[in-house]
Structures are given as structure tokens and as C-alpha cells.
Design a protein around this ligand. Structure first.
Ligand code: NAX
Length: 336
């Protein structure tokens, strides 16, 4: 440890797909202290597949050239037993993208195999207290597969990311209402991280008032806002010629922060294993409203009233997750 670091022992973080677009935006945020705090040393285990190892060398050169005082060591590897060794957090970002001619079922099967291997390695080599956040798509089902492949790690330590969708939704509402985005609170995205997700505007608040009383144009909320949030990733690809990376990395930082800090007042959208709350199918990893208590334990917030419209949107998104599970588990020979 160098002379600028605190006496805290480092948090060891594995990042898969470390040389990819999101990895490039994410690693510098972790290393600078934005994820775990300005006095928390971090050790980085950067995992890539063979073709990614060379670009990863370049990323590591840049990380070193930042001379981040909090970074205690950096491991680069394509060996999962090395990459997940003793990690406190596993951020599973790498995933095989859908290519031309590839069916959705093919993608579920190909990535499914990857997440079986990663889940098994996490089970065998990570700390038992490891927390796993899956970003690589289809992230809910990939997280479920990793969870099923890691029987010794509690299911409650597996998450998938919908915080980017929450942030996108908040920003859309803020723009429409003409307020700073920080005024939009209690906005939960429900369901699958896919265009079927439901950003619950009916329970959201704008400047502490019901969002629907600030934005009374219901047709806009249902027919413009909801699809805009669901299609935002596609719109970014069309405009930028590349998929969202900095905002995705930012959402990874937000999600980890949400999970390590006690929640004050607000709620957060995180995909967690359902135990049937709000009629969601138990056993799938779906986005739900959560809060974290003072002991660092997350719980699904109860008492949120969903309208029949909201219930039908949430149910449709969860139906999609059941279908993804059926297809992926069928191909992998896993049982529910
Ligand atoms: P890139 O294609 O730029 O990078 C992916 C990296 O992962 C590559 O460097 C590749 O070599 C590596 N990789 C592939 N398979 C691997 C494996 N088995 N082990 C380790 N590394 C592996 O994609 P990027 O833009 O970084 O996106 C990464 C993933 O995030 C994609 O699946 C993407 O769809 C997903 N996203 C998820 C979001 C979410 O909100 N949950 C939003 C952003 C993003 O679309």
C-alpha cells in the first residue's frame, strides 16, 4: 500500500470485459474512489477473453498513468480461477453481443454457457461474502444462470442492473417537468432490463409531489415516456454509432453505491431474486424497488400501490423473463 492510502484493507473487485467500452469508462471510476469511497483502497482483477488481453494491457498502462493512490494492485487474466480469487465484488460486464443472423435463443445459450462458468468460478474462488452485479446482456437471465451455478453463495448476493434505466427515466421526467433531475425521486423500473421494462411514473415524485400531478399528460407518460425509456439504448446507438458506455459505467457505480450505503428516503431499482413480491414469479431475477438498511441488508420495499395498468406492464416484462429462463435453462440443461 502506498503512503497516500488509508489503513483500510483493500476491496478486491473483479471486472469482466475489462477492455470493452463500459470497462474503459468504469475502471477509472472504481480506481479513483468514486465507487467505494475516497479513503477505500481497491485491488482490481481485470478479466478478459484472449482477444481482449492485448487491449487490456493498454488500459492497464493508462490506469497506471493515472497514479491513483487508492489502487493497491492490478491483476489481468483470462483464467477465472485467478480472476475471481478472493474477490469482494464481481462486476460481470463482458458478454457476447448479438451478431447478424443470430437468434435470441442462440444468444441466450452462448452467454448462458459463459455465465455458468463464471458462476462456478465465483462459487469456488471468490469470498463467500462476494456480491455479484451482472451488466452483460441479457443481464437478468445471465445473473440467474450465474446464481444457479454458485450454490454456495447466497442468492441474495446476485444482482443485475436496471439503474441505467432508472436514471434515463428520471432524466426524461425532469426534462418534461422543467426541473433539475435531482428533484425526481422514488422512480422504480420494474421487470426485465429490456424494452419491456416498466418505469413506474405513477409512484414517482417530482419535487416531492406525485409525478402525475406535475405532468398531467397521461398520454405522454404512457405512450411517449415509457417507450422512450425502453428504447433509449437503441436511440444512443443510432446517434452515436456505439452503445452507451459512460452512462452504463455511471449506473454501475450508482448501483454499487445503492447496495453498500443505507438508503435514505428514496428507493432504488435493482434486479434481485424474487420471492414472489408484488406477484412477480418467485425465483427469477427481476427489477424491484429496494432499500438497504443500516446493517447493509437489502429488502424489497413493500406497500407500493400498482395500478392495473402498471400490474399488466410488470407482468408482461416478467413473462419475458420466464420465457428467457425456459429457453436458456433448456439449452444449458439447468433446472429451475
Ligand atoms: P464491448 O463489446 O465493448 O465489450 C465487451 C468486452 O467483454 C470485450 O472486451 C470482450 O472481449 C469481453 N468479453 C466477452 N466475453 C467475455 C467473457 N466471457 N469473459 C470476459 N470478457 C469477455 O461491450 P460493452 O459496450 O462494454 O457492453 C458490455 C455489455 O453490457 C453488453 O452485453 C451490453 O449489452 C451490456 N449493457 C448492459 C446495460 C445494462 O443496463 N444492464 C447497459 C449498457 C450495455 O448495453
Amino acid at each position: 500500500m502506498n503512503r497516500f492510502s488509508s489503513a483500510k484493507s483493500p476491496i478486491r473487485v473483479a471486472v469482466t470485459g475489462a477492455a470493452g467500452n463500459i470497462g474503459y469508462a468504469l475502471l477509472f471510476r472504481i480506481a479513483s474512489g468514486q465507487m467505494f469511497g475516497p479513503d477505500q483502497p481497491v485491488a482490481l482483477n481485470l478479466i478478459e477473453i484472449e482477444p481482449g488481453m492485448k487491449p487490456l494491457e493498454g488500459v492497464v498502462m493508462e490506469l497506471k498513468d493515472c497514479a491513483f493512490p487508492l489502487v493497491t494492485d492490478i491483476v489481468t487474466t483470462s483464467d477465472l480461477s485467478v480472476g475471481f480469487k478472493d474477490v469482494d465484488w464481481a462486476l460481470l460486464v463482458g458478454s457476447v453481443p448479438r451478431k447478424k443472423g443470430m437468434e435470441r435463443a442462440d444468444l441466450l445459450g452462448i452467454n448462458g454457457k459463459v455465465f455458468v462458468g463464471q458462476g462456478q468460478a465465483i462459487n469456488d474462488y471468490a469470498k463467500p461474502s462476494v456480491r455479484v452485479l451482472v451488466v452483460g446482456n441479457p443481464c437478468n437471465t445471465n445473473a440467474l444462470i450465474a446464481m444457479k451455478s454458485a450454490p454456495d453463495i447466497p442468492d441474495t448476493q446476485f444482482f443485475a442492473m436496471t439503474r441505467l434505466d432508472e436514471n434515463r427515466a428520471k432524466s426524461q421526467l425532469a426534462d418534461k417537468a422543467g426541473v433539475p433531475v435531482g428533484q425526481v425521486t422514488e422512480l422504480c423500473v420494474w421487470g426485465n432490463h429490456s424494452p419491456s421494462m416498466y418505469p413506474d411514473f405513477e409512484n414517482a415524485k417530482i419535487s416531492r409531489q406525485k409525478a402525475t400531478s406535475v405532468i398531467s399528460d397521461e398520454a405522454w407518460l404512457r405512450d411517449t415516456f415509457v417507450p422512450t425509456v425502453g428504447q433509449r439504448g437503441k436511440a444512443i446507438i443510432e446517434a452515436r454509432g456505439a452503445s452507451s458506455a459512460a452512462s452504463a459505467a455511471n449506473a454501475v457505480v450508482d448501483t454499487v453505491q445503492d447496495l453498500i450505503k443505507p438508503t435514505r428516503g428514496d428507493i432504488h431499482s435493482v434486479c434481485v431474486v424474487s420471492s414472489g413480491q408484488y406477484g412477480t414469479p418467485a425465483g427469477i431475477i427481476t427489477s424491484l424497488p429496494i432499500r438497504v438498511d443500516g446493517a447493509g441488508k437489502w429488502r424489497v420495499v413493500d406497500g407500493i400501490k400498482l395500478s392495473d395498468y402498471a400490474k399488466s406492464k410488470v407482468a408482461a416484462s416478467n413473462e419475458e423473463l420466464l420465457e428467457e429462463r425456459k429457453v436458456a435453462f433448456g439449452q444449458l440443461g439447468l433446472s429451475f
